[in-house]
Design a protein around this ligand. Structure first.
Ligand code: ARG
Length: 474
């Protein structure tokens, strides 16, 4: 059992099982970079404020950089006895540089230290997630452009409703992802606040300068209340909530992709490299990726519920319960990053079956609204036109025909307002072309959406570049 950094008031060493139970090193070690960057900034500030000597500061920063090397080349040995990443690093520092190492924790508590590390970690990972969202947005735009002439049935109630462009459908997902991007931008902004200097809960008796630390670590703001600084986990909840909504979006496209590659739909074909087979049924080609992403949505939502529930009844300020913020957060980060990356590939490898999609439009009644609209344009009130179109559909079902098969005489029997231009009006391509209201499915409107998408992606890229300039390099 290693000697605990807080062992002074204890007469016994920690029970083995309790020790293992309360340790977080096995998951919080992934914040080592943030912990070291934060400690370097803290030490430099202490020195600038004449709280520690410049000489000690130099020893500390060099020592911390050596530890960074040790961790990155795999020679650092992490110990459960030292609980967490903060104490593992501090203990090693003191072993290496002696007394100066013991001065690093002046005017600091692990409560504000862990808050600092987690803020920096979430900030960095939020950037990584946004980059992956942008890549997936790009894949949706590419797919929309690649299949710009494909017409498919749009659905309501999973029943064929009106003809739409397949690109229009793809761009709906682009729009959802744009909101996801902007939600993560909001997470970043509200996470960009510096908690260090709050101490354990009440601030510190030392003449520290928190602005120095904030500037060194590129924080936009500083927590103005020390109790809030150490007990705020809003940014974790917000990250998980943005992640849950993102996963819900991916789950919706997953459901569609899974349906579309079933024999019943047969609208798309996924790349062989993106599917798996069955150990028993030789014919199977299963869309595991879309199913798994749909499945993983549950666990991300679960992590959101967990953190909300954990924080819900907590009194101020720090409570050990808060250590439970990390595993769900880390698992969510891994899950959404992997899902986004995999989805980008899946889309790029997808083949769309134009003829099958068109057939699903032609051999159905998704042009019935267009039939009604035609009559309205000839002067009939919409309610009446709706009824005539309904009768036309009924007539077709009885006589095993589609609307386009009806002769002009048959149409005229339904209403005198029908003329020879009716066939053109209900032809799928024209049905699409005519839905030219802003945001509609017409070729022109979809082209407009593509232009908006391009502009938006440029802006998103600019934001990511500005984040990159704020990246902390040790
Ligand atoms: N490992 C702890 C956490 O993640 C660090 C803070 C511990 N502070 C304390 N007083 N025990 O929350």
């Amino acid at each position: 059992m290693a000697e605990q950094l807080w062992g002074g008031r204890f007469t016994k060493s920690t029970d083995e099982m309790i020790n293992e139970f309360q340790a977080s090193i096995h998951f919080d070690k992934r914040m080592y970079h943030e912990d070291i960057a934060g400690s370097i900034a803290h030490a430099e500030m202490l020195s600038q404020c004449n709280i520690i000597s410049a000489e000690d500061c130099k020893k500390i920063t060099t020592g911390l950089k050596n530890i960074l090397q040790e961790i990155e080349n795999g020679t650092f040995s992490f110990s459960t006895d030292l609980e967490d990443i903060h104490m593992n690093i501090e203990k090693r520092l003191t072993e290496n540089i002696g007394e100066a190492g013991g001065r690093l924790h002046t005017a600091r508590s692990r409560n504000d230290q862990v808050a600092l590390d987690t803020h920096m970690y979430v900030r960095r990972e939020t950037t990584a997630v946004e980059k992956l969202i942008l890549n997936l947005q790009q894949a949706f735009v590419e797919t929309a452009k690649k299949y710009s002439d494909v017409i498919m049935p749009g659905y309501t109630h999973l029943q064929r409703a009106q003809p739409i462009l397949f690109s229009h459908h793809m761009l709906a997902y682009f729009s959802m992802l744009s909101r996801d991007f902007s939600r993560f931008k909001g997470v970043y902004e509200r996470c960009d606040i510096m908690p260090l200097g709050a101490g354990a809960l009440a601030g510190t008796t030392f003449p520290i300068n928190r602005k120095i630390v904030a500037d060194k670590l590129n924080f936009a703001d500083i927590y103005s209340n020390s109790l809030d600084a150490v007990s705020d986990r809003d940014y974790v909840m917000e990250f998980l909530s943005a992640a849950s909504i993102l996963m819900v979006h991916l789950s919706r496209i997953s459901e569609e992709i899974t349906l579309w590659c079933s024999r019943e739909f047969s609208f798309i074909e996924l790349d062989d490299a993106h599917c798996t087979g069955s150990s028993m049924m030789p014919q199977k080609k299963n869309p595991d990726v879309s199913e798994l992403v749909r499945g993983k949505t549950g666990r991300v939502i679960g992590h959101l519920m967990a953190i909300l529930t954990t924080v819900k009844g907590l009194p101020l300020a720090y409570n050990k319960d808060l250590q439970e913020d990390k595993e769900g957060l880390f698992d969510t980060i891994d899950t959404i990053k992997f899902s986004l990356a995999v989805y980008t590939q899946l889309l790029r490898g997808m083949t769309v079956k134009k003829a099958v999609m068109l057939k699903a439009v032609q051999e159905d009644f998704s042009n019935a609204t267009d039939l009604a609209d035609y009559l309205v344009k000839k002067g009939m009130p919409f309610r009446q036109a709706h009824s005539v179109a309904g009768k036309a559909v009924h007539y077709c079902i009885k006589n095993k025909k589609w609307l386009e098969d009806l002769s002009i005489d048959e149409f005229k029997k339904l209403s005198k307002l029908f003329d020879t231009d009716i066939h053109a009006a209900i032809n799928p391509e024209n049905c699409v072309k005519n839905r030219n209201s802003y945001g509609g499915t017409s070729y022109e409107q979809v082209e407009n959406q593509l232009n908006i998408a391009r502009e938006l992606m440029d802006k998103e890229q600019q934001l990511l570049d500005s984040y990159n300039q704020k990246q902390i390099i040790i």
